[in-house]
Ligand binder design. Structure first.
Ligand code: DP6
Length: 408
């Protein structure tokens, strides 16, 4: 007996989050999502943070449908439509004489996407989500080619999640955006002892989204114009620090760029403020640690939200984790998640195995300042998963539904 979706085809893919070291902030073309400056990011491991997307086509599907974290979404989203139509266009261009592919392009699509990290953590997920959707659709329709340009149409920063390791998004010059695409600088294996601690702060204030925030900065901030002149030099400097695994310089360039982004946000009128008191406390603590160490041991970077992304080397993870435990005490047994913290070497340990914090005496201890910490590292780009990881039933509907909005 024929099942409902005998001719259905399914593809499931995973895709990573990326965090910018030299930030993208401001567009020269809103519709095509063309940036005012090039940016550089590091792609994070998918063991701790990833988007997973299953896409399916079937002649029996009645309409295009999409579910995100178990909730049905409207398909009337200009960016989503632009991503789907651009992938289909690429497919038609390459395979115009293949009837089977042409059939598939006519069939309706079901899309189901989930993140493996709590949405409430306020971690940017649209980059991973759009990169995953573009990658999965490219496999479904059998197209390769420059996927980063299509991911860019979903969300600018998503184009960098198409590659692993360190990635540059070249702003490009062409009016139509043909040369505005991402490119890998070095793979995730280049700097094996680089680690990332994501400090998820407790009070997630409701803040302006990055799309709206950067648009306001373009319209009103003079400092943004000044920043744009300095970015090319910073890009060259950080590329060099990455190639040479020069942590001290890498850290300074990263922190300066994050600070500049948030200065531009404050120079926006009315100002946009993403950092909370806890974010500022983290900034002060990092500078105190680095000063005490006479060289940079940790760097911070903040996107359009209060969570801190700390960069450090594997050897320093135990020391920094101890310091974070001390200043941000938590009773959560699952406070540190992700990679195991390596055994402690002897930095800062005085008699009785106590860490010496006297150098940080100006700073207050703030219990429950952080929800939790994710310990992770650079990782690879998107991958295709086995069908048993799929998020849709054989009939093309979500395995996990979250609420009454999700209709089967
Ligand atoms: C601060 O990529 O979210 O994270 O292109 O409008 O979707 P849209 O914006 P988005 O902006 C990211 C801003 C940032 C910096 C960065 O990732 O480079």
């Amino acid at each position: 007996m024929d099942s409902f979706t005998d001719d259905a085809e399914f593809i499931t893919c995973d895709s990573p989050v990326n965090i910018a070291l030299i930030k993208y902030w401001g567009k020269r073309n809103e519709k095509l999502i063309l940036p005012l400056n090039s940016s550089i990011s590091v792609t994070l491991s998918q063991d701790e943070l990833r988007a997973r997307t299953t896409v399916a086509v079937s002649r029996n599907f009645k309409e295009d449908k999409m579910w995100l974290n178990g909730r049905e979404q409207s398909m009337k989203n200009a960016r989503l439509q632009s991503v789907i139509s651009n992938i289909k266009r690429l497919c038609r261009k390459r395979k115009s004489d293949n009837d089977q592919v042409n059939d598939k392009l006519q069939w309706k699509l079901h899309i189901c996407s989930e993140n493996n990290f709590p949405t409430a953590a306020g971690l940017a997920s649209s980059a991973a989500g759009y990169a995953c959707l573009v990658y999965a659709l490219s496999k479904l329709y059998g197209v390769d080619g420059d996927l980063s340009k299509i991911a860019r149409m979903g969300s600018g920063s998503a184009c960098r999640s198409i590659y692993g390791g360190f990635v540059i998004w070249n702003k490009g010059e062409a009016e139509g955006g043909e040369d505005s695409k991402a490119e890998q600088i070095v793979s995730e294996t280049h700097w094996p002892d680089l680690r990332v601690l994501i400090l998820v702060v407790s009070d997630q204030t409701k803040h302006t989204g990055s799309t709206v925030g950067m648009q306001a900065s373009v319209e009103t901030s003079q400092l943004l114009q000044q920043r744009l002149q300095g970015v090319p030099k910073q890009l060259e400097k950080i590329k060099c620090a990455i190639q040479n695994k020069d942590f001290h310089s890498f850290a300074e360039i990263t922190m300066r760029d994050s600070n500049q982004l948030h200065a531009v946000c404050m120079d926006t009128y009315p100002p946009v403020s993403y950092l909370t008191d806890i974010s500022h406390h983290i900034i002060q603590l990092v500078h105190a640690i680095n000063q005490d160490n006479n060289s940079n041991m940790v760097a911070y970077s903040f996107d359009a939200g209060p969570n801190a992304f700390l960069f450090l080397q594997e050897k320093d993870v135990p020391t920094v984790i101890d310091i974070l435990h001390y200043f941000y005490p938590s009773s959560d047994p699952n406070f540190i998640r992700g990679l195991q913290v390596p055994a402690k070497r002897d930095v800062h340990v005085s008699a009785g195995n106590q860490v010496d914090y006297t150098v940080f005496s100006d700073l207050k201890v703030i219990p429950r300042a952080l929800k939790f910490i994710i310990h992770t590292q650079p990782g690879p780009g998107p991958t295709v998963k086995d069908s048993d990881c799929g998020l849709l039933t054989k009939d093309g509907f979500p395995l996990n539904l979250n609420n009454a909005n999700g209709k089967i």
